[in-house]
Each structure stands twice: as structure tokens, then as C-alpha cells.
Design a protein around this ligand. Sequence first.
Ligand SMILES: *[C@@H]1O[C@H](CO)[C@@H](O)[C@H](O)[C@H]1NC(C)=O
Ligand SMILES: *[C@@H]1O[C@H](CO)[C@@H](O)[C@H](O)[C@H]1NC(C)=O
Ligand SMILES: *[C@@H]1O[C@H](CO)[C@@H](O)[C@H](O)[C@H]1NC(C)=O
Ligand SMILES: *[C@@H]1O[C@H](CO)[C@@H](O)[C@H](O)[C@H]1NC(C)=O
Ligand SMILES: *[C@@H]1O[C@H](CO)[C@@H](O)[C@H](O)[C@H]1NC(C)=O
Ligand SMILES: *[C@@H]1O[C@H](CO)[C@@H](O)[C@H](O)[C@H]1NC(C)=O
Ligand SMILES: *[C@@H]1O[C@H](CO)[C@@H](O)[C@H](O)[C@H]1NC(C)=O
Ligand SMILES: *[C@@H]1O[C@H](CO)[C@@H](O)[C@H](O)[C@H]1NC(C)=O
Ligand SMILES: *[C@@H]1O[C@H](CO)[C@@H](O)[C@H](O)[C@H]1NC(C)=O
Ligand SMILES: *[C@@H]1O[C@H](CO)[C@@H](O)[C@H](O)[C@H]1NC(C)=O
Ligand SMILES: *[C@@H]1O[C@H](CO)[C@@H](O)[C@H](O)[C@H]1NC(C)=O
Ligand SMILES: CC(=O)N[C@H]1CO[C@H](CO)[C@@H](O)[C@@H]1O
Length: 774
Amino acid sequence: MRAQLFFIASVACVVRGLPTFDGSKDIWFTFPGFFPTFESSLPIGNGRVAGSIYGGASEVIGVNENSIWSGPFQDRIASTAASAVPVVRNMLLAGNLSQARAYTYEHMITSVTSPRSYSYFGNINIDFGHAGKTMTNYVRSLDTRQGVVGVQYTIGGATFSREYIASYPAGVLAARFKSSQKGTLNMTITMTGNIKILSLVPSAAANNISLTLRGSSGQSVSPILWTGQARLVPDAGATVSVSGQNLVITKATQVDMFFDTETSFRYTSQAAWEAEMLRKINAAVGLGYDSVKNAATRISVARNTSQDLQLSTLVFNFGRYLLAASSRPSNDGSITLPANLQGIWNNSTAPIFGSKYTVNINIEMNYWPAGPTNMAETELPLFDLIKISIPRGQVAAQRMYGCPGTVWHHNLDLWGDPAPTDNFTASTMWPFGSAWFAWHAIDHYRFTQDKTFLQNVAYPFLTQVAAFYECYAFAHDGFNATGPSLSPENTFVVPSNESVAGAGESVDIAPAMDGQLMTEIFEGLLEAASALGIANSDPAVVAARNFLPTIKPQQIGSLGQILEWRQEYTEAVPDNPHLSPLWALMPGRAFSPLVNNTLSKAAQVVLDKRVASGSGSTGWSRTWLINQYARAFRANDAWMHLGQWLALFTPSFSLFDTWTATNPIFQIDGNFGFVSGVAEMLLQSHVGIVHLLPALPGSAVPTGSVKGLVARGNFVVDINWSGGGFASANVTSRSGAQLALRIADGTGSILVDGAVYKGPFATTVGKTYAVTLA
Ligand SMILES: *[C@@H]1O[C@H](CO)[C@@H](O)[C@H](O)[C@H]1NC(C)=O
Ligand SMILES: *[C@@H]1O[C@H](CO)[C@@H](O)[C@H](O)[C@H]1NC(C)=O
Ligand SMILES: *[C@@H]1O[C@H](CO)[C@@H](O)[C@H](O)[C@H]1NC(C)=O
Ligand SMILES: *[C@@H]1O[C@H](CO)[C@@H](O)[C@H](O)[C@H]1NC(C)=O
Ligand SMILES: *[C@@H]1O[C@H](CO)[C@@H](O)[C@H](O)[C@H]1NC(C)=O
Ligand SMILES: *[C@@H]1O[C@H](CO)[C@@H](O)[C@H](O)[C@H]1NC(C)=O
Ligand SMILES: *[C@@H]1O[C@H](CO)[C@@H](O)[C@H](O)[C@H]1NC(C)=O
Ligand SMILES: *[C@@H]1O[C@H](CO)[C@@H](O)[C@H](O)[C@H]1NC(C)=O
Ligand SMILES: *[C@@H]1O[C@H](CO)[C@@H](O)[C@H](O)[C@H]1NC(C)=O
Ligand SMILES: *[C@@H]1O[C@H](CO)[C@@H](O)[C@H](O)[C@H]1NC(C)=O
Ligand SMILES: *[C@@H]1O[C@H](CO)[C@@H](O)[C@H](O)[C@H]1NC(C)=O
Ligand SMILES: CC(=O)N[C@H]1CO[C@H](CO)[C@@H](O)[C@@H]1O
């Protein structure tokens, strides 16, 4: 999964007296993090277990495991939902918009409005006896390429160092603590946290120097339970003892630590999950730290100017690091879980938004960089969640709508809870989370060309999702329309001839985004069937072919804009951070300037109007704008929003994306949207053409190169540019797909291996094609 980006920068970064760092891949600070300010920690993760390292005189390691959530499955489907659907549709048709929303939220949801929340294991606390002493030459760092967090400082004559990694093959977190002076390393170790701790037992027995914690999500029935152990391996000179709930190590020179936690989500008995935990820890101890390991204060100055091209490259690399650290496929057949709103890092048992899987943009954005930056395998946990959610969604489709197929609304938790979430006008009633995920399934295939995945995962899922909409949609204005549904997460002003006039409402028939999603899903189903050689007479194929042309088309309003709703209502929130009616520009395809210039222009009217009204007010929204403008081939706008994101949505002490500028809570989607946005400026392939430098900000980044991006069709693409424009590219075919090419604005004659390019051609697996301009 290698990909490398170089923006050629004129700024050299040397910090006197410290280890040498590379500003395009290392994040470093000359001061510790501020516990408990979570955003000041440095993250490690192996896709399942996460550590947040603060690096203070006394260490705090915040620990998460991606199946430690707030409790067991909850059945939140309203028994009155199915009978409410026709009532609501009649109200909407009669113009009783407010009554329709109220009736929906009284009868189609339950009073248990929230799925489970992401939670956390707790903290590992280490007291070195250094608090209050003068630490000099302090530095802590994260190497985003190697995935190593380091802390180093001097007290008196001794230099103390700490190093942390998260191992994917070994399944553990590992650390090495060292002193440069023999026998001067002391550590008092314990575990804390506001979780329900059932027991915490230190042991000083030889070969079992450890701390073992058993915890619970706290319910009396079927809670999530877990056991975690930190195993310590000190050098021979150290003394070890137990004091209360502390493990005490003194007179050491070097101490290694190996940590794992396993939960009842994946194992049916305590004996089983503890056996697995010990298996991983014992294996890691057996290998030893070295083997397990081998498998910025400058921000505030640089970020407002966007002059520091290294910083943009670093944020790109950091984003890819975060994805690899928070989302990995299974290496032992066990179920995986995708990155949530905070990836896998959180310090709370009641995080904001439950840190759950919000699927009306956020979790999807997490996976936008997966295909384009050569990390398609990091997306596989998303399909594990789909596997969990499909049967839950079948129950919801049946009980809420009397329909076959599967449906989920705008959130999921680790149990795949598909019921409507919250009781919010702007977001709750949206039966389209399943559709957006189905788009990820077909798009994953487009990148990887993996027919087994297409056959076993994507196609069956697409048929489930399609079957639901074929039943759920109803005739309106001569087309198949949706409703009750809404345009996430916007509201409109009820017109004077409808009721209640002037109120802010959301629930309607056929919001624009519903039609955009359905179109992509039915086109995707037909594409998949064709790739798999499924007969045209197959009932699922026939049904999809019949349904596709009956989807209500997109409408254009009086300003030349894509109409977000059925009627040209006044927007209640013109600066809405959600770009829902522009889904078909990014991530979808129908609003591409290369597909339909009329629709593309209409989409850009909405985009410019949103921006002029103040949209981009959350980190993820701002990075969505980068992606949208890149898709509209408006490079300077894309680059401007990239700079604005750096200026407004990364805390001064880290590069974590934040929710809003005034409420700077970590939310990881913006980190991933940034990576995707940069990739979309350099390479696009969503309309079936490998488009090199579609939106290069040539005056800001005149010279650079990128290696290892991936285009749909499974082409690996390396591009060099200089003087603000394309220089040359190599395109390597990994699956032998047909190759269509375009460079920048499409002017100029393309040469492939020196011969004039005359149109799409068949490629040979493994062959690299040299692309230049005549
Ligand atoms: C978690 O981080 C937040 C934000 O920095 C902080 O306010 C809070 O105290 C931390 N909570 C814990 C339990 O560490
Ligand atoms: C719409 O509201 C009006 C006035 O309250 C009421 O008379 C009418 O029955 C409603 N129509 C529907 C379909 O609910
Ligand atoms: C309200 O007025 C709009 C605009 O003239 C019209 O399209 C809509 O059908 C009217 N609503 C009802 C319930 O008559
Ligand atoms: C949702 O909120 C509305 C307005 O507060 C209320 O009328 C409705 O009963 C709530 N729904 C449920 C299921 O509690
Ligand atoms: C380490 O602990 C030992 C035993 O308590 C103590 O004598 C020694 O001073 C400590 N060393 C440091 C460097 O704090
Ligand atoms: C190791 O110590 C833990 C307590 O930290 C205890 O639960 C466990 O049984 C011990 N294991 C062995 C093999 O002695
Ligand atoms: C950085 O830019 C932001 C947003 O444009 C602005 O609010 C802030 O004052 C600027 N800070 C500095 C140090 O220039
Ligand atoms: C809606 O779709 C169904 C199933 O394809 C079809 O039978 C029906 O005619 C469509 N309705 C309209 C109004 O086009
Ligand atoms: C583009 O979309 C418009 C509006 O839906 C439609 O009228 C037109 O036929 C489309 N053009 C092409 C080339 O598909
Ligand atoms: C492309 O850029 C890379 C990195 O700067 C450089 O090593 C390579 O020689 C360049 N290739 C061409 C053909 O310019
Ligand atoms: C393409 O490959 C050639 C041969 O390996 C290399 O010299 C050149 O730098 C590559 N160009 C790019 C843009 O990576
Ligand atoms: C939002 C969330 O983050 N949940 C907890 C996790 O950490 C944040 C800090 O970003 C806390 O505010 C939350 O309580």
C-alpha cells in the first residue's frame, strides 16, 4: 500500500539539538501533551487496539479497542412504523409538511433514540518519579511512515527514552522504556479510567510481571466484557514488586511492555478471550520488542499561509497513517470493525455523537482515500460492518416498511443497529445509509477489480439494497419517488400555502440526494451483473433495468441550481455544512463536467452559494469542499479550501481534524477527507477515464511528483509535474483493464510509449505505460 507524495518545498526544517526529522512525514513537539486534553496526544493503532500517547513526565497511555462500546444490542424499531408510512405520504402530498414530520417522529422512531456509543478501555499510567524535575532537550514525535511514537528527554546526566508501536501482525501495543544510565529507570504502573473496572490485579511473579484489568460496559444483562493485560519485561538488574494496585519496577535500565485487550464481542467466554489475549502477549514476548517493532510548534506559523508545502504533504501522510492504524482487515478470520468518528482513539465512555458510525457522510468520508491512495485493503472492515448490518436491516425493512431487502438509516453501531437515530428534524428519517454503503461496495470493486469480492460481497449487497427501494418507492408525478425522507442534514422553510407556514422542516418526498443514490445503486447493480456474466434475464437484473429509468430525475431551479427538495423551498440553513444535494459531484458521478455539463453547472451554483453563505464550518465539511472543487476542476478553489482547513480545523498542538473551529473536538473524517481531496486534485477516475492532474493548483504547487496513486481499473499511477503543468506519468496495469486517458483540461496530444494515443486501449497485466504530451 505504498503511495508517496512530494510537493517540492523551499522550506528546510531543522530544529537545533534534536534528532533529525523530516517535515513531510514526522510530527514532533518540544513539549509534552497536556493530559487530559486528548487532542494533544499522539496516536498509534493496529486497526483494533489503539494508544493515545501524552508523553508527560508521568506517562498516560489512553487505550481503546474497537469493540469496547457502551452496551449490548438494542431493538429500536417502532412497532407503529409500517402503518405510519402511507399516512405520512398522504400528508406530504396534501402539503401538510409539518404534520408529516411530526407524525413521522412520533410513529416511526422509538424513545430510545440512540444506538450504542464507542467507549474506551481506560488509561495505562506510568510514574517514573520524574514529575517536578527539570527535563531538558525534550522531544516527542510520530513517524507517520514507520508508525513509531517516541519520547526523549534528559534529567541530570541521564537521557530517558520511550518508544511506542502498535503491531498489526502481533495484535499488540508494544513499548520500550530506557535510561542511558544503568539502573536509573523506575516505573510505577497502574491502570485507571472512568469505565466500570471489575478487577485490577498486579503480579510480580517471574515470567508474569503484569497488570490485568477486567472491565464491563456496566449493564446487568449482556454487558460487553473485556480483559486487558500489560506484560512487563524488565532487564535482569531490575527489582519488581507489587504495591496495592500498582506494579513497581526499580533500578531498571530497560523495560519492554506488551499490551492486549480482548472482548466478549468476538469471543463467547471469558476463558476464550483471555486465552486469545495471552496467546498474543506470550507470542509477542517470545519474539521480543525488536522483532515486534520490525514487522510542532511550527504548525501555527505555517498553517495560515499554506506556504509550507511540507505541511500539506505531512497531513496527507498522517491521514494515510491514521487509516492504516485504525482500519485493517482481519489476519485471523475474526470480525473487524471500521474506523468510527474518531478512528479508534477516544478517551471517553460517552463521546460526542457516541463516536459511532454516522453514515450520512462521516464514515463514508473515512474511506474516500482507501482506493485512490492504494490502501483498498483498509476498507475491508467496512464490509464486515455491512455483513453485520444486512440482517438487521432486513428486519428493519420488513417491520418498518413491509419491504424485502435491507435498509439502514443515518447511524450504525457495532451491532449494526439500523433504526432511525435521535429525534432531530434535520437528520433522523433518512433510509439511505444502506445505499451509500452499497456504493462503496461497487466502487471497491472498480478499484481492485476483485471479482471474488464482487460476487460474494458487493453484488449480493447491491441486490438487497435494490430490492428494498423497488418496494419502498411509490408513484409520484409519474416517477418512482421516496419518502418520508430528508436531505441530510438540512431544513427548509415551509411555504405560505403549506403548513405550518414558516416552520423549519425536513421530511419530504424525493429529496435530490435520494435519487442520486438510487441511480448509482441501480447502475452499479447492472455493472456488477455484467462483470459477473449474470444473465440479462436474471430477475434482479430485470427489476433493476426496469426501475432505473423510473427514478425521479434531478430538477433545476430558478437560479440554475440543483433543487435540493421536491419544491423550490427557501433553505432554512443556507450555510449548511452538509453538501447532500451535491452527492453526485463528489463522491458520485452524474454531476461530473465530463458526464453532463448542464447538471455540473447546476451543482456548482449550489456549491458556490453554500460557500458564499458560510458552509465549510466543520472540518469534514471543509475537506468535502476540497473534494467538490477538485471534482469541478476548480483547482484554485480546492487549494484555497485546503489552506482554510489547515487554518481553521487542526488544533495548534496536533494535526487532528476538529469538528468546528469553536468546538474543536477531534473528529477523524476531515483527516481522511484531506487525503482524498489532495488525491482528487492529482488523479480522478470515477467516470471511467484515468484523468491525470484534473485540478492541479499549478501556481501554488508548480513542481512535484506523486507515486503509487490508484485509478479505477486498478491502474497504479505515478505523475511528475513542473512549471505548473503535467510533465510525465507512468501507468501500471495491475488487472489488464481497458485504459482511457485524459490530461488536465484535455488539450494537448497524448503519447503512450511515444505513440499517439487514439482512444481507450486494452492493457497487459504488469505492464507500465509511459505517458507524455507531444
Ligand atoms: C478527554 O479529552 C478531553 C478533551 O481534551 C478532556 O477535556 C477530558 O478531560 C479527557 N477525559 C479523560 C477521561 O481523560
Ligand atoms: C391536512 O391538514 C388539514 C388541516 O389541518 C386537514 O384538514 C387535512 O385532513 C390534512 N390532510 C391530511 C392528508 O392529513
Ligand atoms: C403551494 O404552492 C406551490 C407553488 O405554487 C405549489 O407547487 C404547491 O403545489 C402548492 N401546495 C399545495 C398543497 O397546493
Ligand atoms: C420526538 O420528538 C417530538 C417533539 O419533541 C415528540 O413529539 C415525539 O413524540 C418524539 N418521538 C418519540 C418517539 O419520542
Ligand atoms: C529509583 O527507586 C529507588 C528505590 O526506591 C530509589 O532509590 C532511586 O533513587 C530511584 N531512582 C530515581 C532515578 O529516581
Ligand atoms: C499472571 O498474573 C495475573 C494477574 O496480573 C493473573 O491473573 C494470572 O493468573 C497470572 N498468570 C499466570 C500464568 O500465573
Ligand atoms: C489564521 O486564519 C484564520 C482564518 O482565516 C484567522 O481567523 C486567524 O486569525 C489567522 N491567524 C493568524 C495567526 O494569522
Ligand atoms: C416504479 O417501479 C416499479 C418497479 O420497477 C414499476 O413497476 C413502476 O411502474 C414504477 N412506477 C412509476 C411511476 O414509474
Ligand atoms: C444532462 O442533464 C439534463 C438535465 O437532467 C438533461 O436534460 C440532458 O439531457 C442531460 N444531457 C446529457 C448529455 O445527458
Ligand atoms: C519524477 O520525479 C521523481 C521524484 O522527483 C524523480 O526521481 C524522477 O526522475 C522524475 N522522472 C521524470 C521522468 O522526470
Ligand atoms: C517512469 O518510469 C521510468 C523508468 O523507471 C522512470 O525513469 C521515470 O522517472 C518514471 N516517471 C515517473 C513520472 O514516475
Ligand atoms: C469526542 C470524543 O472525543 N469523545 C470523547 C473522546 O475525546 C473527545 C476529545 O476530542 C472528548 O471530548 C470526548 O468526550
